[in-house]
Ligand binder design. Structure first.
Ligand code: HEM
Length: 423
């Protein structure tokens, strides 16, 4: 959410076609199950303009991947700007607080992206991430103990998947666990403010939350400066060594702000989506319980079949042609990972849950190319630990039949808010 440059009128528009009318990412039916509509769109008009979001929608696997890999012709600078321009009151709150998240990682292009990716990625070593495994196992077990001691049915989101990824991230960042509830709430609000369709009144309230969230991230850096520890933020401060050409304190604060979103909101959703996909497949769950099914391949297939980041943005720096359609320079693109991951040209029988597919690792839940998710190894590890411990401790886990699945309406995150289970 940088200088709020989202003035839709200034951006290249496109023609209204039949697909434009079919696609409404905020429609209740779409939010419940976007896959049938996406399959139709991918088949009939794989690239089309959506006036609803002022963007060209891209649905084929190969095309999505081509754009993701090409950071010369497509800019990532807009990815965390609000999808729609905020109302003047909300803009005033954000501007008044001096809110500034500069282009660093996810919202940046080369050459500066290359510099910051090396700097901010360096401490995220495999050793540092895998060292978190015992902490994750203990934490998951504590949550499962609590679940087992409570009444049935229970909500698996509230009882496991909401908190655990945040606790793992907090351990990495060296933040006290008691702040989890507040940060989770801020992150959920950021989904609505940036990728949703909030009313003006909601925007004002959400902007106040965003300012508090932003200040929290920056105060974290000050705390680590005063009291360094053996954590990721302190490691960045040591690597900076007072040298602003490596990264300024403001940039480290802005990265903390982004990680306090990217590092758990996604994985919480991934975990809830995974259990929702796997539990009805009783043979698969039984095989996991018996330890006869490779967990990593189940995690990968769950990320393919219901990716937590459903769609992500780019902006064309020049005129481009995609699937035979000419897009003017300045066009905004919505790359629909949920459609790409179900492209039958790439994944035969895409609606079938097939762990260990020949090309399963090709799925684009974590993006592809120069911005490929820096936290993917951590997210995969968290998901594996959650599945492994849950299968061991709650072998009879099952979804409550005929329940509603409440999602937060927005273009980009498939965030399930409740998942009722028995065991
Ligand atoms: C299942 C969980 C996750 C999913 C689905 C996910 C998805 C993504 C996607 C799609 C991108 C690429 C955006 C682009 O191409 O523009 C991305 C980038 C990123 N992710 Fe994740 N992510 C997850 C977990 C995490 C975690 C746990 C962390 C941190 C600990 C993290 C940190 C990042 C960072 C720093 C970037 C920016 C990389 C860059 O621009 O160079 N993510 N993530």
């Amino acid at each position: 959410m940088r200088p709020l440059s989202t003035d839709a009128s200034a951006v290249a528009q496109g023609p209204v076609t039949p697909a434009s009318g079919l696609f409404d990412p905020f429609a209740p039916d779409y939010v419940q199950d976007p896959y049938p509509v996406l399959a139709r769109l991918r088949g009939s008009e794989p690239v089309f303009f959506s006036p609803e979001i002022g963007s060209w929608v891209v649905t084929r696997f190969e095309t999505v991947k081509t754009v993701l890999r090409d950071n010369q012709r497509y800019s990532a600078k807009l990815v965390s700007d609000p999808l729609r321009p905020l109302c003047p009151h909300a803009r005033g709150i954000i501007a008044g607080a001096g809110f500034d998240v500069p282009p660093l990682l996810v919202n940046n292009d080369p050459p500066s992206h290359t510099h910051y990716r090396a700097f901010f990625g360096a401490p995220l070593t495999r050793e540092r991430l895998t060292a978190l495994r015992p902490f994750m196992e203990r934490t998951v077990d504590q949550y499962l103990d609590r679940l087992l001691a409570g009444p049935q049915p229970a909500d698996l989101v509230a009882g496991l998947t909401w908190d655990v990824p945040a606790l793992a991230l907090f351990e990495l960042l060296g933040i006290p666990a008691e702040d989890v509830a507040q940060v989770k709430e801020w992150a959920a609000s950021r989904v609505v403010l940036t990728w949703g369709r909030p009313t003006d009144e909601e925007q004002v309230q959400l902007s106040e939350g965003a300012v508090a969230y932003y200040r929290y991230a920056h105060s974290l850096v000050q705390r680590k400066l005063a009291q360094p520890g053996d954590d990721y933020i302190s490691e960045l401060l040591r690597a900076r060594d007072g040298d602003d050409t490596r990264a300024t304190l403001h940039e480290i604060g802005a990265t903390a702000f982004n990680l306090l979103f990217a590092g758990h909101e996604t994985t919480s959703s991934a975990a809830a989506n995974l259990f929702k996909a796997v539990l009805p497949r009783r043979d698969l769950w039984a095989a996991l319980v018996r330890g006869e099914q490779a967990i990593a391949s189940v995690v990968e297939e769950a990320l393919r079949i219901d990716p937590p980041v459903q769609a992500w943005r780019r902006q064309a720096k020049e005129e481009v042609v995609l699937d035979g359609i000419t897009l003017p320079a300045g066009s905004r693109l919505l790359l629909v990972f949920a459609a790409a991951n179900h492209d039958p040209q790439q994944f035969p029988e895409p609606e079938t849950f097939t762990p260990g597919r020949r090309n399963g690792l090709q799925q684009v839940a974590f993006g592809a190319g120069p911005h490929f998710c820096l936290g993917a190894p951590l997210a995969r590890l968290e998901l594996e630990v959650m599945v492994q411990r849950t299968a061991a401790r709650l072998p009879g886990l099952a979804l409550v039949p005929d329940q509603d699945f409440p999602y937060t309406p927005n273009t980009s995150f498939r965030a399930l808010r409740r998942l009722m289970v028995t065991w």
